[in-house]
Design a protein around this ligand. Structure first.
Ligand SMILES: [Zn+2]
Length: 498
């Protein structure tokens, strides 16, 4: 089995923020989970570096565009590292290997007669680098729906891709794959855009010089979104130093926010069909964050900086919070208060204390060896796997947390410290079962939590004498060997001054 998952490549006209961290952790959790299922995985992220917007940002920063891209791209790369992202490749659209392949792809479409020359006159948002129809804009005033600013009337000679012609094929694709876009509301949205009629799209730009030259007309550049979408293909062709498309194409899953659904759900599969490539297997559209009910923005001064969270609480705390707090696929509110509440209430108390108590009691009552016993709790790994197969990241985490809660209830009910006072064989056996249940459950939690909080999960598995056993079959209960050596770990989630 092979699984390939992508984040969008992040646009370098601004610095990395919490939204980027969100998609990256989601992609990483899925990649790690599929690896623990024994699948071959290609997890791709990177930066999108061309276009007038980047050129303008570079100019404002007083730098040549490439130097500007190098610096900002490096900050995005640092975020993936700080978050412990396990991406297999980090693509940059200024990589010469990418640029050359984008030219080949576009040349191929041109050669096969899939592009035509025309004049584009339309309403253009220079921040989005997208032409809009009046129906897409906020009225009155023709305001960009993303930037809430007036768009401009632009006329230029372009090469066009006849998107309208691909509508029947796209509808076939959607009708044959009811999960092509998830959640369902986004599928319906994309399908009705197609059914409502598509306009042809501009494939090249005459007015933007910071881009990849059109091979047969180098005075024009390839539209930045064409260049960006193609990263998903070119990365598989050169990212690992060899072409892995035979194994990983088509992409299993593209992750994104809703602002780029039209490009990924409509333009991208049509481009691929035209070029004779298989379209992706699926897309998942996640929500946006607010904080305290407001949009996060520098001017509001309410930005939650992912680097600051990681410095204070660690990468696992950020990863856990983002996957836990907001229902996957919905918009949600994130705050520092909420982050501290989840950190203290769930990571430090529910999980950290469970691990600490389980290991401390085995050290004290059984000289640090897991006794023979039978796990008394209900397993959740099958429902967790089913949720993850449905790309329900927060739902799977909630399933895992039901086991955390039942293990904590179990300790209170069994009261191993009371059982430990007696030498009666029945009580000794009951204590063995209780201690086995706790150690084995903690171990299963370590396996299941590995995709979400990998560093902490590894510490948990080491504490119960099962280091490195993160393969998914070990998520089942009752697989911990009696006699495993247990030691009490340092606090996994130490108290932090706010
Ligand atoms: Zn805009």
């Amino acid at each position: 089995m092979a699984f390939s998952v992508t984040t969008p490549i992040y646009y370098v006209n601004s610095d990395p923020h919490l939204g980027h961290a969100y998609t990256t952790v989601a992609g990483d959790a899925l990649a790690r989970h599929h690896r623990q299922r024994g699948e071959d995985v290609f997890f791709l992220t990177g930066t999108d570096e061309h276009g007038g917007n980047v050129a303008r940002a570079a100019e404002a920063a007083g730098m040549p565009p490439k130097q500007f891209c190098d610096e900002v791209s490096e900050r995005f790369r640092r975020l993936t590292t700080a978050m412990e992202s396990s991406n297999d490749f980090f693509i940059r659209t200024t990589d010469p290997e990418h640029e050359r392949r984008v030219q080949d792809f576009v040349q191929h479409l041109y050669h096969d007669g899939h592009l035509y020359e025309g004049t584009y006159a339309g309403l253009y948002c220079s921040s989005c680098e997208v032409f809009y129809t009046e129906g897409d804009l906020i009225q009155p005033g023709n305001l960009c729906p993303i930037h809430n600013r007036p768009v401009e009337w632009v006329e230029e000679k372009n090469w066009f891709f006849p998107l309208s012609k691909w509508a029947p094929k796209l509808l076939e694709l959607y009708d044959a794959n009811p999960d092509f876009v998830r959640p369902r509301a986004r599928y319906n949205e994309a399908r009705s855009m197609i059914a409502g009629g598509l306009e042809d799209v501009s494939f090249t730009r005459a007015t933007v010089s910071w881009g990849i030259p059109v091979p047969w007309e180098p005075s024009q550049t390839i539209y930045v979104w064409v260049d960006a979408l193609l990263n998903y293909r070119t990365a598989q062709e050169y990212g690992l130093g060899r072409d892995v498309t035979a194994e990983f194409w088509p992409t299993s899953l593209h992750l994104m926010a809703k602002d780029i659904l039209r490009l990924h759900g409509i333009v991208w599969p049509a481009m691929l069909l035209a070029a004779g490539y298989e379209p992706p297997r699926g897309l998942f559209v996640h929500g946006y964050f607010t904080t305290g009910g407001e949009k996060m923005s520098k001017t509001m001064g309410n930005v939650i900086d992912p680097f600051e969270v990681i410095d204070l609480l660690g990468a696992d705390a950020l990863r856990f919070y983002l996957m836990r707090e907001v229902q996957w696929g919905q918009d949600g509110d994130v705050t520092w208060e909420g982050l501290h509440r989840r950190y203290e209430g769930e990571l430090a108390n529910d999980l950290g204390n469970l691990v600490s108590r389980a290991t401390a009691m085995i050290v004290r009552y059984r000289e640090g060896r897991v006794p023979e016993g039978r796990n008394a709790l209900e397993p959740v790994h099958e429902s967790v796997a089913a949720r993850l197969d449905a790309v329900d990241l927060s739902g799977a985490l909630e399933e895992i947390w039901t086991l955390v809660r039942s293990a904590n209830r179990y300790v209170e009910e069994q009261q191993p410290w009371v059982l430990a006072r007696s030498d009666e064989p029945e009580q000794v056996r009951a204590l063995d079962d209780a201690l086995y249940t706790l150690a084995d459950t903690v171990r299963s939690l370590g396996v299941m939590l590995y995709p979400y909080i990998p560093a902490s999960a590894e510490k948990i598995l080491a504490a119960v004498g099962d280091p490195g056993a993160i393969t998914w079959e070990r998520a089942a209960l009752g697989t911990l060997a009696a006699g495993s050596e247990v030691r009490q770990p340092e606090p996994l989630f130490p108290r932090v001054e706010k």
